[in-house]
Write a protein that binds this ligand. Structure first.
Ligand SMILES: Nc1ncnc2c1ncn2[C@@H]1O[C@H](COP(=O)(O)OP(=O)(O)OP(=O)(O)O)[C@@H](O)[C@H]1O
Ligand SMILES: [Mg+2]
Length: 266
């Protein structure tokens, strides 16, 4: 397949001001993401790995334009994504979706699963009939391994792994090109998490998705990523093909991360 750049980040930077005293006005700047640049080719899975607080979620939120960077550029399919407004913004927005870490907090407990998953359709494809919307919801439920009867149930009636499947279904209902999954399995048991990762891998093939998989866990990233970026204190310290970064790391921090993975005694 011809390489095709879907997303391009250039010199992204984001800092937060943190107040240092309850009664004083003193403030300190923390740089959460510092001069991050990378390109994402269509169909690849970029794993972003690094310890807690290194800036992974901040980076993801900037890529989706949930927060604005202080500086830098983002291009989505060659278009200046940070300048998009109005109809352009809405059209681009539906082409990229996020899967969240906490499937409990991200699903409205008072809505039935059918309404939760169908909500993006109601917003972006308002002309769709109720019956068509229902069909689309049933179809995506099946794709994530849940029965059509799930539609009439509430999130609390599902296990953690099933709730993450619901979150994935909601992210995929608009048929996005790019999905950013931020710690999608860190709230789950290892075996359930492994099933969710397998599901993501299968859906990526079925829906020709480009995937960014964010995790603090190197084994999680290693399971799916074709390319790996290692972040430390807001910066990408190493990026390259998964086999190269995980098999022959160059950066000392990457080496330390790999050395810290517990080995199962043979
Ligand atoms: N809204 C905010 N206000 C102030 N500081 C923030 C805010 N969000 C993040 N930070 C700080 O920015 C840095 C990066 O945070 P971020 O959540 O992006 O890291 P992360 O890599 O996703 O961590 P984790 O693995 O724990 O999810 C941290 O120092 C964090 O404290
Ligand atoms: Mg995070």
């Amino acid at each position: 397949m011809q390489a095709e750049t879907i997303l391009e980040a250039r010199n992204l930077r984001k800092s937060y001001s943190v107040s240092t005293g309850a009664f004083t006005k003193s403030e300190r700047q923390t740089v959460a993401v510092d001069d991050v640049s990378f390109e994402l080719e269509r169909g690849e899975t970029l794993g972003i790995v690094g310890e807690s607080g290194c800036g992974k979620t901040t980076l993801a939120r900037m890529l989706l334009r949930l927060i604005e960077p202080d500086s830098g550029e983002i291009r989505f399919r060659g278009q200046n994504w940070l300048d998009a407004r109005g109809a352009d913004l809405r059209a681009l927005r539906r082409r990229m979706q996020m899967v969240f870490q906490d499937p409990v907090a991200s699903l409205n407990p008072r809505m039935r699963v059918g309404a939760i998953i169908g909500e993006p359709l109601a917003v972006h494809e308002a002309g769709l009939s109720r019956a068509k919307r229902r069909d689309r919801v049933a179809e995506i439920l099946e794709a994530v391994g849940l029965g059509p009867d799930s539609m009439n149930r509430y999130p609390h009636e599902f296990s953690g792994g099933q709730r993450q499947r619901i979150g994935i279904a909601r992210a995929l209902i608009l048929r996005p090109e790019l999905v950013i999954a931020d710690e999608p399995v860190s709230a789950l048991d290892v075996s359930v998490g492994a099933q969710i990762l397998e599901l993501l891998a299968r859906l990526q093939r079925e829906f020709s998705l480009t995937l960014i998989l964010i995790s603090h866990s190197l084994p999680v990233v290693a399971q799916l990523a074709t390319r790996v970026a290692v972040m430390q204190r807001g910066r990408i310290v190493e990026i390259g093909a998964a086999a190269q970064v995980l098999g022959a790391p160059k950066d000392p921090y990457t080496k330390a991360l790999i050395a810290a993975v517990p080995q199962i005694p043979a």
